[in-house]
Ligand binder design. Structure first.
Ligand code: GSH
Length: 206
């Protein structure tokens, strides 16, 4: 399988962690994100969403979106399991992923792209005035919603590491450096970040 990716950016970093956890070595195809190669026709023919990373299976199917990549890897190599071992665990993982996407990650990304990240994203997407700050507020509200759900458990979906934790760790860690710090009063989430930082692969140098 081929992984189209980049040495920079949080999403490619998440992909590296997923592949390292699974101990799978895909063929790496580096796409020059800074030179906008991911927004040009050759790459858009592979991944019309124009973003990195994306996986192309040996059958030639493109799988973009980190949660979909994580689930695909889980199916071809369920060790370690990152989605869940039972139907109920997988249901929980998918539910929390979608909630984190809607309530936290998507607004964080909007806050950044239409705010601090304008210079980088100007040539890539249509920028809109006035949405960055409200989006950041919505992301903070999402984090405040999530925090108490972690009472008495080690990870976002319970006591087992899932791909939601990995996406959360890198995404929230990245945006914390870009004007969206994690409120330290959200103690469960602060502890989660520390726990993941201490994980040899997730917090390592993948
Ligand atoms: N929702 C996507 C996000 C992918 C994404 O945002 N990729 C960024 C890199 S961190 C990207 O391709 N940025 C360059 C661009 O949008 O032109 C996923 O889960 O894979």
């Amino acid at each position: 399988m081929k992984l189209y990716t980049s040495p920079i950016g949080p999403s490619p970093h998440i992909a590296r962690i997923l592949f390292a956890l699974k101990d799978i070595d895909p063929q790496i195809v580096e796409v020059d994100m800074l030179a906008l190669e991911n927004r040009q026709d050759d790459y858009l023919r592979i991944n019309p969403a124009g973003q990195l990373p994306c996986l192309v299976t040996d059958d030639g199917v493109t799988i973009a979106e980190l949660s979909a990549i994580a689930e695909y890897l889980d199916e071809i190599k369920p060790d370690p399991v990152l989605t869940g071992e039972t139907a109920a665990e997988r249901g929980m993982t998918r539910m929390r992923m979608r909630q984190c996407d809607f309530l936290i990650f998507a607004p964080m990304v909007l806050g950044y792209r239409h705010g601090e990240g304008r210079k980088f994203f100007g040539p890539r997407i249509t920028l809109h005035d006035g949405i960055s700050e409200p989006a950041k507020t919505i992301a903070q509200e999402g984090l405040a919603w999530l925090d108490p759900l972690l009472d008495g458990q080690s990870f976002i979906c319970g006591d087992k590491l899932t791909y939601v934790d990995i996406i959360f760790f890198v995404t929230v860690g990245f945006f914390a450096q870009q004007g969206q710090p994690l409120d330290p009063s959200l103690e469960n989430l602060a502890q989660l970040m520390a726990r993941l930082e201490a994980h040899d692969i997730v917090g390592g140098t993948a």
